[in-house]
Design a protein around this ligand. Structure first.
Ligand code: SAM
Length: 216
């Protein structure tokens, strides 16, 4: 019988030691969200290996260190409105939800129907459904209905920064998106400064491809 809580805390201690988790807010969030609840039953015992894992349809749940890197570099704060592109299992959204609770909200868009319902079930069972709305669709075009967003993050690799996403940022808003080929990307952070967009390269990463109008 796996002691998930013990394993979760050991993994977060390790992520802190390796410099991926740097803030108390992200640390607390990762200590609270049960990653085992966002995995297919046969993979639950692997929940606290720091690695992406298959969730069906050829897609993956992101590795915990990547979730930590993205959460830290988004500078999340309570009350923010967030758009996630690529819901997958719903785990990444749940970690962000812990940080922006109780007044913030996450709209998370997923293009594969079975994964959108998998994520919705996972988020309901773990108590995050009030903070995260899952929507089925092509997130490479963003989600104009609820724009603008304080933060946008894309959990799939794009060929370029999708222009609809930068257009849907608030002034001072930040977007994180992996940009590159189908096999390897750089994690790009875009900050909207008035009419100007500031771009920074945060380093290499590997995501499944963003598919859709502004995807591969
Ligand atoms: N953040 C997720 C988690 O914690 O489980 C992992 C996301 S997974 C690496 C990438 C997801 O992006 C996949 O579920 C894939 O179907 C989705 N995706 C790819 N292109 C998309 C698009 N244009 N719109 C919405 N979702 C997309």
């Amino acid at each position: 019988m796996v002691d998930f809580e013990f394993e979760r805390n050991s993994l977060v201690d390790d992520l802190k030691m390796r410099g991926y988790v740097t803030s108390k807010a992200v640390e607390d969030a990762m200590r609270r969200v049960p990653r085992e609840e966002f995995l297919p039953a046969e993979l639950r015992e692997e929940a606290y290996v720091d690695s992406p894992l298959p969730i069906g349809e050829g897609q993956t749940i992101s590795a915990p260190h990547m979730v930590a890197i993205m959460a830290e570099n988004l500078d999340l704060k309570t009350g923010q409105k967030i758009l996630e592109v690529g819901t997958g299992s719903g785990y990444h959204a749940a970690v962000c939800a812990e940080v922006i609770a109780p007044d913030g909200h996450i709209y998370s868009i997923e293009r594969i129907t079975s994964l959108a319902s998998f994520a919705e079930d996972n988020l309901k069972r773990t108590g995050y459904a009030k903070l995260v709305t899952v929507i089925l669709g092509d997130g490479s075009k963003g989600l104009p209905d609820h724009a603008p967003y304080d933060r946008i993050f894309v959990a799939a690799g794009a060929p370029d920064v999708p222009s609809p996403l930068t257009a849907q940022l608030t002034p001072g808003g930040k977007l994180l998106v992996p940009v590159g080929t189908r096999w390897y990307q750089d994690l790009i952070r875009v900050t909207r400064q008035g009419a100007k967009l500031e771009k920074e390269n945060l380093g290499g990463c590997v995501f499944v491809p963003l598919v859709g109008e502004y995807g591969h």
